[in-house]
Structures are given as C-alpha cells and as structure tokens.
Design a protein around this ligand. Structure first.
Ligand SMILES: C[S@@+](CC[C@H](N)C(=O)[O-])C[C@H]1O[C@@H](n2cnc3c(N)ncnc32)[C@H](O)[C@@H]1O
Length: 267
C-alpha cells in the first residue's frame, strides 16, 4: 500500500536501533498503515515470536486479512480491475463497497494504487472520497509483492482496534513500534485525517502516557514523530534522536526534501 507517513525512508535508522536489542519477544505495531517496518523486519528474519499488527482503519486491516487468507483470489480480482481501469471505472468502483472480503480488499488496493497520491481519506459518512490520480501507468497488481505480503502475514494477528486497546497486551521483552499520525509542524500543515475524527493532541498525550506505562512493564518501545517541542517535552527522560528523512513534498516523486524527524526509544 502507498501510505501517508510511510516509513520506507527511515528503515535503516529504525532497524539499526532494533538490532541493538539482540532479540525481542512478540512484535506489536498498533499504527500499522503500510507496515514498512514490519515487512522489512520479516524479510530480514527478525520476527521470531509472532506479531500483532493493528490499525484503527478497518478497511485497511480487512485488506491485509484477505491477502493473508486467499491472495490468489485477491490477485485475480485485481487483474480484473486493472483491465478495466479508467476514469469512469475508478469512480464506479469508489462508489460501491462490496461485501465479500476478497472483493473489499481488491477494491481498496485498486483505489490505493490509482487514487491521487495514494491518499486515504474518508468523508463525514466514512466513505472513501479521494479523486483519481494522474498516473500514466500505475502498478495495480504486483503479484510478487502480494504473494510475499501474504506469506509475511500468514501467522500474524491482524486487529482493527485503536492503539490503547492493542497496547494492553505486550509483556516484558516484547517490542512495540509506534508510528502515530505526526504532531503537525504548524497548524496549516496539519494532515491528520487518516480516519473519521483524526488524531488530536489529546491522543498524542495519551500515547506518551502509554509509552511510559509500557516502559514500566519492561517492554521495549520505539516511536517516531515530528521534530517539535511538544514531542520533545512529552518524551523527556527517554532517548530522543534526530534523524534525517527524505520526504515527498508534492505529488511528483522527484520533489523531495530532507526533513528532520525524531526517534524515541527506551533502549
Ligand atoms: C503515520 S501512519 C503509519 C505509517 C506506517 N508506519 C507505514 O510505514 O506505512 C499512522 C496510522 O495510524 C492509524 N491511526 C490513526 N489513529 C489511530 C488510533 N487512534 N489508533 C490506531 N491507529 C490509528 C492511521 O489509520 C494510520 O494508518
């Protein structure tokens, strides 16, 4: 999935910190999104004692469930979307949510690959409402990637729950990676509409409290967020590192700039 705030750019920084641990129990990722770090760790053979992957976005979690359960069905439906792709077809698919899990998943992946900037946004009624993007030749059905994802997801737990619910579970020695919607750098740059309701400053504060609570339970915790005074204050007392990430600043993939972000760990 293309996902706003995807962590591909930060992967070497995140993985090198995890490798300092020399091993961990169950892996928890409660703001899963595109799951860049999980898929990387899985590929490196670092996930050895299971994983619990969750996100508040039910359509996203249902998509992963379908890919885990019957990837061939999803691939064949996606091929159908690919053959019919066009403006009228995009808006027709966007308008109707199917009931069957494999059809739901193929629809979400098709819309994700062809919509404007790969954004996920819902209107007030919870309907996906991103317009079609202007890609000449979007990759709609990457069979190899889908089959690899299906293998990676075969033995994990996938839950559509808010972060606090997912974080009651981790025990001493487990690893939690937190990648919440970022604290905005300025009021105007705020993009927090990942789901109906968005992620507020109160949620950020609750998350920081949860971080402290997990730390007290002996869980290894790592968080990424924006380089803002608010984040520095909330995580005082933990290791806070500044790292450079190259981020897309417009719809063109080559318009990127280096921004500094924060990685907080308790290890
Ligand atoms: C920055 S993105 C994660 C990106 C991901 N690390 C990646 O590599 O693609 C944040 C995610 O948090 C989810 N989210 C927002 N509010 C949430 C909440 N209260 N509980 C759990 N997940 C939430 C959004 O649906 C979104 O997928």
């Amino acid at each position: 999935m293309k996902w706003a705030g995807g962590k591909r750019q930060l992967l070497p920084e995140l993985v090198s910190r995890i490798d300092r641990l020399g091993g961990f129990g169950t892996y928890f990722e409660p703001f899963f999104g595109g799951g860049a770090l999980f898929f990387e760790l899985w590929g490196l053979g670092r996930i050895k004692s299971g994983a619990v992957l969750s996100d508040i976005n039910r359509r996203l979690i249902d998509t992963y469930r379908a890919v885990a359960g019957d990837v061939e069905a999803v691939i064949s439906l996606l091929r159908g979307h690919k053959d019919k792709h066009g403006k009228d077809y995009y808006y027709a698919v966007r308008a109707v949510e199917p009931r069957r899990l494999d059809r739901k998943a193929a629809r979400v992946i098709y819309l994700n690959r062809t919509c404007f900037n790969g954004l996920y946004r819902e209107n007030s009624k919870g309907r996906f409402n991103v317009p079609m993007g202007r890609y000449r030749n979007p990759t709609i059905c990457d069979q190899d990637v889908l089959r690899a994802a299906s293998k990676a997801l075969a033995d994990v737990e996938l839950l559509a729950v808010p972060f606090d619910e997912a974080l009651a579970r981790p025990k001493a020695g487990d690893l939690v990676y937190l990648d919440p919607p970022y604290v905005p750098l300025s009021a105007s740059s705020s993009f927090t509409a990942y789901s109906k309701g968005g992620f507020t400053m109160d949620d950020q504060v609750r998350l920081a409290e949860t971080f402290r609570d997990l730390d007290g339970r002996g869980v290894h915790v790592m968080l990424s967020n924006s380089r803002t005074d608010a984040v520095m204050e909330m995580y005082q007392g933990f290791n806070i590192d500044m790292v450079k990430a190259s981020r897309a600043v417009s719809c063109k993939a080559d318009h990127r700039k280096d921004v500094t972000e924060l990685i907080v760990t308790n290890f």
